[in-house]
Design a protein around this ligand. Structure first.
Ligand SMILES: Nc1nc2c(c(=O)[nH]1)N[C@H]1C(S)=C(S)[C@@H](COP(=O)(O)O)O[C@H]1N2
Ligand SMILES: [Mo]
Length: 518
């Protein structure tokens, strides 16, 4: 019982830990029930994920940039973990504020519930039934909170035989119930068998394979990446908290807007067309100088230009506006996509396999020479011919540049910055360079600000993909700085000026400091 020194309120109070636990359990039930109903009406209706996705969409540029820089591909896990902590705190506060009456906690739970409703309604890909999930969540959260609260208070009021035990059972059952509902929701949400669909699609065989990658296209023995990036190692950047699950057999692509003839293409329609294979290096605009968001694949697909010619692009349409199944958008310059030599693809395959789910299965766009944020829509479901004045795509809306040509860049992969090298003065410095779509003509290296010297380049595969470089240096013991710069085939030299990725891609020379020990 409470100490009698407390001002007597005339009503019993719950102990702080019990009150906090009731708050936490009620929030857990709310989330789990929301997730369960979302499993039935559509994964984007899950209030927790919807709040997370809305947070991603609303996050200011600088914070997002910081998150990607600091947490890399784990940024989403960090976001969900952070949200869970905030919710946990709110649940504890709601519980503790409600030691006497369940009203304050119910109000806070209601407010959180309404946040979930608003977030789900704001999702671009939520269906009409999706609001049922956050509403169920809200109702279940408040009901469980009040029920547990009443049960706990009655134990306080009339301490009865076995009362505590009954309360413990109620709390335990609630925890188990929340767990079961959450797991079941996850299971139902994953019931769309996307891996089954991928397996049924089978190998993607091009009618026009890309030329064989020559031996000597990389120096992977000397520290550069393999020329072709294995699918599992390909960098990943997207805003999707849960990866869209589309089956090839349900998928279709609508091409409309400023066209002579609207087209709707099924997966089989695309697959039965001529499939070409292209070796393409993709790059993210948010890649820092020296950063990892660059990879190369053999993409197989249909030439986008041919499909657009069939639809007939009306004069004046300067933007090809792509939308993914989860509502993300990218606006690509029509003139770039229509260049015959560019080879922009509606891609179905990566390295002979159907696209991995996280890289856009069943179909994505790939445009050599353009950063992904304005060209590489994954889980593509809609292409509209329009103008740049009429519509803004996802990242343009958030302050990034309209046109996204990839800037020539080179990166040092070996030695790693700040490493200590032993075993003599001979040092191999190696890395990668890219300048799509012009191609890399030259990479130069200088040591300690001295004269530039040409690096040895790997075999030239094509102008849309990266090249590897290396130099053999004989360095005296001590600390050294190496820098590199690329020149493209038009003679443009990678600029020295350091510019941040925002708004249209980083520039600057990558450098590495290391120590040679004799
Ligand atoms: N649907 C969707 N497509 C998307 C994105 C996204 O957030 N959603 N991100 C784009 C960005 S910024 C890049 S760099 C590329 C990355 O493709 P990858 O993850 O296959 O490497 O996808 C693009 N396509
Ligand atoms: Mo990107």
């Amino acid at each position: 019982m409470e100490s009698s020194a407390e001002p007597a309120p005339g009503a019993p109070r719950l102990a702080v830990p019990v009150a906090a636990l009731i708050g936490v359990l009620a929030v857990a039930v709310a989330l789990a029930v929301g997730h369960l109903v979302a499993g039935v009406v559509g994964p984007s209706a899950s209030p927790f994920l919807a709040v997370g996705n809305t947070a991603i969409d609303l996050t200011p540029l600088q914070l997002k940039d910081f998150a990607v820089r600091t947490f890399g591909t784990y940024d989403k896990l960090v976001l969900l973990g952070g949200m869970a902590l905030v919710l946990l705190g709110a649940a504890v506060v709601a519980g503790v504020l409600s030691r006497r009456s369940s009203l304050p906690g119910s109000i806070l739970a209601g407010a959180l519930g309404l946040l979930g409703v608003a977030a789900v309604l704001a999702r671009p890909d939520s269906g009409q039934l999706s609001v049922l999930a956050p509403i169920a969540s809200l109702v279940a959260g408040i009901a469980v909170f009040r029920w547990l609260h009443r049960a706990a208070l009655s134990v306080r009021e009339v301490p009865q035989e076995g009362g505590r035990r009954k309360l413990l059972i109620a709390l335990g059952a609630t925890a188990v119930g929340a767990g079961v509902a959450g797991v079941l929701g996850q299971f139902l949400g994953n019931r769309i068998d996307v891996e089954g669909s991928r397996a049924a699609v089978g190998a993607i065989k091009p009618s026009k394979p890309a030329p064989e990658i020559p031996v000597g296209a990389d120096f992977s023995g000397q520290g550069t990446p393999s020329f072709i990036t294995p699918n599992g190692d390909f960098y990943r950047v997207d805003t999707a908290l849960s990866v869209p699950r589309l089956r090839a057999e349900d998928w279709s692509l609508r091409i409309h807007g400023m066209v002579d003839k609207e087209l709707t293409l099924s997966y089989e329609d695309l697959r039965s067309r001529e499939l070409v294979e292209r070796t393409i290096t993709m790059t993210c605009v948010s890649n820092e100088v020296g950063g990892p968001y660059v990879s190369t694949s053999n993409f197989t697909g249909v030439l986008l230009r041919d499909v657009l010619m069939e639809a007939g692009v009306k004069p004046g349409a300067d933007q090809l506006f792509g939308t993914s199944s989860d509502g993300w958008t990218a606006g690509t310059p029509v003139d770039v996509v229509m260049e015959a030599e560019r080879g922009a693809l509606l891609a179905l395959g990566m390295n002979g396999e159907p696209l991995p789910v996280e890289h856009g299965f069943p179909v994505r766009m790939v445009v050599p020479g353009l950063y992904g944020y304005i060209s590489a829509t994954k889980w593509l479901v809609d292409l509209e011919l329009t103008t740049f004045d009429a519509k803004q795509s996802y990242w343009i809306d958030r302050g990034w540049g309209r046109l996204g040509p990839i800037k020539p860049m080179s990166r040092i992969d070996t030695p790693k910055g700040l490493s200590r090298l032993t075993g003599g003065g001979k040092t191999t410095v190696s890395g990668v360079a890219w300048a799509q779509p012009k191609g890399v003509a030259k990479v130069e290296v200088r040591v300690d600000g001295g004269a530039w010297q040409d690096a040895t380049l790997s075999a030239d595969v094509n102008d849309s993909s990266w090249r590897m470089w290396k130099v053999e240096l004989d360095l005296p013991a001590g600390g050294h700085q190496v820098e590199c710069r690329a020149t493209d085939k038009s003679g443009f030299v990678q600029p020295q000026a350091r510019v941040a990725p925002i708004p249209d891609g980083a520039t600057g020379w990558h450098s590495a400091f290391f120590t040679v020990e004799k």
